[in-house]
Design a protein around this ligand. Structure first.
Ligand SMILES: [Zn+2]
Length: 237
């Protein structure tokens, strides 16, 4: 196997890809979820010709990259100061930090009330809020699983285990041994967005790629996934 790292130019962009020589007759372009590009070419491929073909497909390649990048959470920095807005299940709440003899986080009347025993420094508030988000995520994500799983009962397997993590680049992932990991950030998104990400990952139990069969199944279990996907992108700002 011969794997070469190369780049090609498209307008102002320089796009890196891995070139893989394989025993096949035609060229195949694959854009992976991490936005890496692998081009499989015949053993006797003519490189200038390959580059010409890549330029022809460049728009499609960029579309694929953009498609995967939408799953990259882009929540802005929060400073954990009173007055800031924070999201929970797609709703915005204004933060109120108070000094009290208890450490608590509560949602009431459109506010996130965070009380700290010690001085309510942003670090302290952040820790309390993250703990709160994690507790809520454990419940909400499990409920989302319950809503989504019946559509996958045809697989005849037991429900995957759910894990929650801080993830930098993905909303969710599925490991080979069937653990669905969801990004804790999702707890900030509307419930239907959580269901969409869960459904997307569960579809990978059947198809380990983003081919047409995968999307057929996704369409089946979550008919409005495209609309919801946009909502997810828009709601997390
Ligand atoms: Zn996927």
């Amino acid at each position: 196997m011969n794997l070469a790292l190369k780049t090609f130019r498209y307008g102002q962009k320089s796009i890196g890809y891995r070139l893989l020589y394989v025993d096949r007759k035609t060229l195949e372009i694959a854009v992976n979820p991490d936005s890496s590009i692998v081009i499989k070419v015949p053993l006797d491929a003519d490189i200038p010709l390959v580059e010409k073909k890549l330029k022809k497909r460049a728009r499609w390649i960029i579309k694929q990259i953009n498609y995967f990048q939408q799953f990259n959470p882009k929540t802005p920095e929060r400073r954990y100061l009173s007055g800031e807005t924070h999201l929970y299940l797609g709703r915005q709440y204004r933060l109120k930090c108070i000094h009290c003899n208890l450490n608590t986080v509560k949602l009431a009347k459109g506010y996130f009330w965070v009380s700290c025993k010690s001085k309510s420094t942003p670090d302290e508030v952040k820790i309390l809020m993250n703990e709160w988000y994690l507790q809520k995520a454990r419940v909400q994500f499990q409920e989302s699983f319950k809503r989504c799983w019946p559509a996958f009962s045809f697989l005849g397997i037991s429900q995957p285990i759910l894990s929650i993590k801080h993830m930098k680049k993905r909303w969710g992932s599925l490991t080979k041994n069937g653990v669905v990991t969801l990004n804790l950030e999702l707890i900030r998104a509307p419930k239907e967005c959580i269901d969409y990400v869960v459904s997307h990952e569960l579809c990978h139990l059947k198809y380990n790629n983003h081919g047409s069969e995968f999307f057929k199944l996704l369409e089946n279990v979550c008919p409005s996934w495209k609309k919801i996907k946009h909502k997810l992108e828009l709601s997390m700002v």
